[in-house]
Design a protein around this ligand. Sequence first.
Ligand code: GLN
Length: 535
Amino acid sequence: MAPAVQLAQWRLARPAPPRPRRARRYSAAVAAAARSEVLSIREALRQRSRTAAETAAEWLDRLRAAEPAVRSFLFVEEAERVLNQAEEADRAARRGAAPAPLAGVLVAVKDNICTADMPSTGGSRILEGYRPAYDATAVRKLRRSGAIVVGKTNLDEFGMGSSTEGSGFHATANPWDLARVPGGSSGGSAAAVAARQCVVALGSDTGGSVRQPASFCGVVGVKPTYGRVSRFGLMAYASSLDAIGCFGSSVLDSAAVLGVISGHDRLDSTSSTRDVPDYVSGLISVDAMSSKPLKGTRIGMIRETLGEGVDSEIISSIRAAATHLEELGAIISEVSLPSFDLGLPAYYILASSESSSNLSRYDGVRYGKQVPEDELASLYGSSRANGFGSEVKMRILMGTYALSAGYYDAYYKRAQQVRTIVQKSFKDALAENDILISPAAPTAAYLIGEKVNDPLAMYAGDIMTVNVNLAGLPALVVPCGFVGGNSPLPVGLQMIGAAFDEGRLFKVGHIFEQTLKGLSFVPPTVLQQASAPVS
Ligand code: GLN
């Protein structure tokens, strides 16, 4: 079904008005890049053309078929429990009830986000077997909106990493090329959406962990403004930077999920009391508008993100995306963020410092697997030595060092000063531009094992994303092209907005993806599976 029709039905819950006939030059590309799974599931339920149980069974089949190769999940819910929840949605539909916004939508949840009825390990051995007594607020809101949690996805331990190789359990593969990483730390969620193992997924983004894997896996990822989504039930990594975000295979699907999980929560005093706009109804189909749908939108290309240290093919893709936005009517200019390169060291000092404090709760007594010892101090020591992986230990050491008396002023305090400068430079750039664009990562997905023994190279890959967390701003990543010729790998375009301006990012992203002529971001592994004979 055309997105124009789907959108109208989301808004009005009744048949769409006839579509205008003019400006149809983009319509052929619309189906490929901007198909909304969420709206088609909802529409099928509404029209009773396909039951939620049938839809769930189809997604579950794909989840199971892909899982041995991709390994996106740390826990998969029993099929029977998923189908029971889908049947509940079907019973409501038979009673004539209007489907809930995410009725019958299978969602995967990053395993550092608590779920009451499923394990929640944060990707760490120290929490193996832990089942929280409650749902994170974002999960509670998803379930209340009809979504069905299908499982918990893999991640770098406690979100510390950029490839998912730092999971305490196993690595995850990139569905575009199984020898490559899916990115991280929310690599399991990104891979699961890319492999069509679930409709949408939750991730967390402290320094890029939603956006970089979205780029590596060719899916849409959104990191909202700090405080837009409650962090209650998210295992804290760096509390002043952490944000729950989401993945979808279209902008519309990501917008639908963000709309549901956003809003104030009395259980998180940093969550914002601002109203949550209806992100989905703000999206416009290009069929219904002029051929210059972005007329007047001021877009700044961040100069520092398109130079040294960035793969030339990535730079070309982002420049091509800028030209495309210009053809759609946007006014493109180059903008300089002089403090851009300072963001990375400041981020690693602040994130490690906060993590050294946050992770002190895993001591084998309050939280975490206990290694019994006669002395309490050795019990703490052995439990932590045994439960944490090496990257986490390194971050705790770095953070403790940066916070210690005598070094605090030289590291932590200076990093906070840099943070203020970064915030100001974004403010200035966003006073002159509606949105800023950059790559989401300096490279496409790299080989598993390539950077695992070189932490500094791994950290350097976060250069495009960490500044946005320091400034607390929202950013959306939309697939924009491919690199790599014969075996193509996706590239994502990062769009950064002013605080609480997610709605504008979705609007621009939605227009952009609808007009990506002929590009399809379905990985070959999924296409092969779809064409394989049913056994
Ligand atoms: N790769 C970054 C880090 O290791 C960001 C991680 C994240 O956003 N959770 O800290």
